[in-house]
Ligand binder design. Structure first.
Ligand code: HEC
Length: 288
């Protein structure tokens, strides 16, 4: 590739990157963005700056050359030549990133002072670092425009927007779910709850709720609290750790848990065949 083509390729890559950065800082969303004129302006400013910078550098070089002697001219051109990067040679690329003097030439840049035998080289700043630094300046420019001129969303705004969005989604989700009404089933017959209880709970609580490993569910004494809400909670979340009553919320839907809780509550006051001695404390259900 000759010099001119390289410049064109470099220019195209740079302007695409800038276009992407502008789009990223000021996203259009869907459809027409009111920011479009601003974006075009920013883009033109950048392109203009790029061209002017090249122009100025060229002119300065020419000026320097026209004012210097033959020797200086040669030295200058030689330096320019030395700076050229051979893109097909990895070493040349690495060297251009560090711009450090080769060891043989270090004499030229060693500083005068001597700290107990330690001496210092006055190398140029490595270009990889320098251009990174320039990029932070460019970034800062975009940052200021976005946050301080256009009043872009701060982190707090973004957070609040996300929370509001999440609340909306939760509300939408809840609207699709069947409501669990804890008071609906705690009286009257509940065949479904009875079936579930027989199948899953009777091993420990006995078919009639009189209790085996698990406590008697028909008396007024409760370890974890009586009443439909406490009972529902115990069934869903389980008893005290290590006691044997697991959490059932992963096995049953809220509807089924509700039916179970309602069935357990409906056992109150019935007389089981072999009631287990009371455990826990008397619990009075507050009438609402
Ligand atoms: C492996 C045995 C076992 C099974 C199965 C079991 N439980 Fe329990 N359950 C217990 C034990 C033990 C306790 C006491 C927990 C504690 O002391 O923390 C208990 C406590 C309870 C309590 C609270 C009692 C109180 O006095 O506060 C309720 C309500 C209950 N179980 C309902 C159920 C239901 C409904 C099922 C079926 C879905 C079930 N249990 C299945 C062993 C079991």
């Amino acid at each position: 590739m000759n010099q001119k083509n390289k410049q064109i390729v470099g220019f195209v890559i740079l302007s695409v990157v800038v276009g992407l950065i502008i789009e990223w800082m000021l996203p259009s969303g869907n459809g027409y963005s009111a920011l479009l004129p601003l974006k075009i302006t920013l883009y033109l400013i950048f392109v203009g700056a790029l061209f002017s910078a090249r122009y100025v550098v060229n002119k300065m070089n020419n000026l320097y050359l026209s004012l210097s002697t033959e020797e200086e001219k040669e030295a200058f051109l030689e330096k320019q030549e030395a700076k050229k990067i051979d893109w097909s040679d990895w070493k040349s690329i690495v060297k251009s990133l560090s711009d450090a003097k080769p060891i043989e030439e270090e004499e030229e840049i060693i500083l005068n002072h001597d700290y107990d035998g330690i001496r210092e080289l006055d190398n140029n700043l490595p270009p990889w670092w320098l251009y990174g630094f320039y990029m932070t300046i460019v970034f800062a420019f975009g940052y200021i425009v976005y946050y301080h001129v256009l009043d872009g969303d701060t982190q707090k705004d973004e957070y609040l927007a996300e929370v509001a969005q999440a609340k909306k989604e939760i509300a939408a989700y809840e609207a699709t779910q069947e409501k669990v009404d804890l008071t609906a089933l705690d009286t009257g017959s509940n065949e479904e709850g009875k079936k579930l209880f027989k199948r899953n709970c009777a091993v420990c609580h006995a078919v009639d709720g009189g209790g085996k490993i698990g406590p008697n569910l028909t008396d007024d004494y409760w370890i974890l609290g009586g009443g439909i809400e406490n009972v529902y909670n115990t069934i869903a979340e389980g008893g005290r750790p290590g006691k044997g009553m697991i959490a059932w919320k992963n096995s049953f839907s809220p509807q089924k848990l509700q039916q179970l809780a309602a069935y357990v509550v409906s056992l109150q006051g019935t007389t089981p065949e072999a009631p287990k001695e009371p455990q826990g404390e008397i619990y009075k259900v507050e009438k609402k």
